[in-house]
Design a protein around this ligand. Structure first.
Ligand code: FCB
Length: 473
């Protein structure tokens, strides 16, 4: 029943059937090291590209940095206790490379490793499966100084770091993700420059994308060698890309963006080749001479699972004929003029259109590439939250999760082997170029006091986990 006095997002929950997920469905929540840990210069950690970037004027909104963040480094026990209260079956976190291997080469830092050992042990003691992401965007600064991801050697360094982590934690961590969202590392980091390290060169972005995937492949080899029983995968961020109209020009714009956003990664990783149309689209940007014989075989080595991060859909239109080119550096090299169109549907506080059916499409698409088990390794939304009498009633975030879980269930019904779902995020945190101004957490964080308050969405998610599904509405 719709009540004009209540916010529309609540109405969305009305009159929906209950749904049960398959037994053993892995219910989780995710975070990333630089976004929550703080302790940036503690116990031997050295700067990553995100430390440098956030400390550079004008790069992050309001000059925010991850120096303290959620101070998770010092609050690990309390934070795992909150996870246990939620009933999480799994927790996806990332390792700060420069904490465990300062500088990105050479010997391990025992204090850094000890932090992750304590985290993993605490998780296991609470019956929570640790899910470890090796790289969530925080390249050690000296490796960037030596060329960063556009340099081939960075891939080899990533493999060495993987071995170090597999030796240290492979006995107690079963699920491993090599990279989080290589599209963002490559195209936001080296193309538009809105993410660290903030470089703006289309050819470098394409090279970075390739070397990230090569690093992934070498990392898979390193994990297999050190820990044959590990469940190894990679996490990509995917978007359905729709043309704004049925004109051939808009269809071509959608094809181009789909190639850069999705197939740039899916095809090499899961099919062992770059799409021909992508290579043609990029011909004015790069000749792909950085791709060496054998690379694609390494990149497409068999995996155990694929992680999908899903947030929204892109709708695009052909460039305006005779229009002026936008001079801003682009994360779409070779297709800079394609226009991104908004449809006027509800958006989150990031301005991202809310599109739950897009999750079904995305999961089905990945399943068309592979029969591997799939996991939604991130899905969530930023909204403006208010603390009232010590509570945060985040109805819109709750409705977002509900809608996307229904979509996840629909994908399972359609035959997609979806084995788990990780809410982004466990708690509010440093949202990259947006600093602390965007809140994605199920747990509210007061950055002055570090007090945590589980929001309504957290309590609701706990009930979803308890019943392994959604109650009828
Ligand atoms: C994803 C990132 C994650 C977070 C969410 C909102 O692209 O992987 O760290 O910033 O977006």
């Amino acid at each position: 029943m719709s009540n004009p006095a209540s916010p529309p997002a609540v109405d969305v929950l009305d009159e929906r059937p209950g749904l049960t997920f398959p037994p053993g469905f892995l219910w989780g929540a995710a975070t990333a090291a630089y976004q929550i840990e703080g302790a940036a210069a503690v116990d031997g950690r050295t700067p990553s590209i995100w430390d440098t970037f956030s400390h550079t004027d004008g790069r992050v909104l309001l000059g925010h940095t991850g120096d303290v963040a959620c101070d998770h480094y010092h609050r690990l026990g309390d934070d795992v206790a909150l996870m246990a209260e939620l009933g999480l079956k799994s927790y996806r976190f990332s390792v700060s490379w420069s904490r465990v291997q300062p500088g990105g080469t050479g010997a391990a830092n025992p204090q850094g490793l000890d932090f992750y050992r304590r985290l993993v042990d605490e998780l296991l003691a609470n019956g929570i499966e640790p899910w470890l992401t090796l790289y969530h965007w925080d390249l050690p600064q000296p490796l960037e100084d030596a060329g960063g991801w556009p340099a081939r050697d960075t891939a080899a360094r990533f493999a060495d770091y993987t071995t170090l982590m597999a030796d240290a934690l492979g006995d107690r961590v079963r699920y491993w993700t090599t990279l989080n969202e290589p599209w963002c590392s490559a195209f936001l980091g080296y193309g538009s420059g809105v993410h660290a390290p903030g470089r703006t060169n289309g050819a470098d972005a394409v090279r970075a994308g390739h070397h990230l995937m090569l690093g992934h492949g070498l990392s898979v080899q390193a994990l297999r060698a050190a820990r044959p029983t590990a469940e190894v995968g990679v996490t990509v961020n995917l978007y359905p890309v729709d043309p704004a109209s049925d004109t051939p020009a808009d269809a071509d714009a959608a094809r181009r963006i789909d190639a850069l956003a999705n197939r740039f990664f899916l095809d090499p990783l899961l099919r062992g080749s770059y799409p021909e149309d992508l290579v043609a689209d990029l011909s004015t940007v790069t000749d792909f001479a950085h791709v060496q014989d054998g690379d694609l075989a390494i990149i497409s080595a068999p995996l155990d699972q694929v992680g999908v991060n899903y947030y929204s859909r892109h709708v695009v239109a052909a460039p305006v004929e005779g229009g002026e080119a936008d001079p801003a550096p682009s994360c779409w090299p070779g297709s800079e003029d394609v226009r991104f169109v908004t449809r006027g549907v509800p958006v989150t506080d990031m301005g991202w259109e809310i599109d739950a059916p897009g999750l079904v499409e995305t999961l089905r698409r990945v399943h068309d590439y592979t029969d591997l088990p799939l996991y939604v390794t991130e899905n969530g939304s930023a909204f403006v939250d208010t603390v009232v009498d010590g509570e945060v009633d985040d109805v819109e975030r709750l409705a977002f999760f509900d809608a996307h879980l229904r979509a996840a269930h629909e994908a399972i019904d359609a035959g997609v082997p979806l084995r788990g779902y990780f809410a982004w995020s466990l708690m509010d945190n440093f949202e990259w170029a947006w600093g602390y101004t965007k809140r994605f957490g199920m747990i509210h964080v007061d950055y002055d006091t570090q007090v945590r308050i589980p929001k309504s969405s957290a309590k609701w998610y706990a009930s979803v986990i308890r019943r392994n599904g959604l109650a009828a509405q």
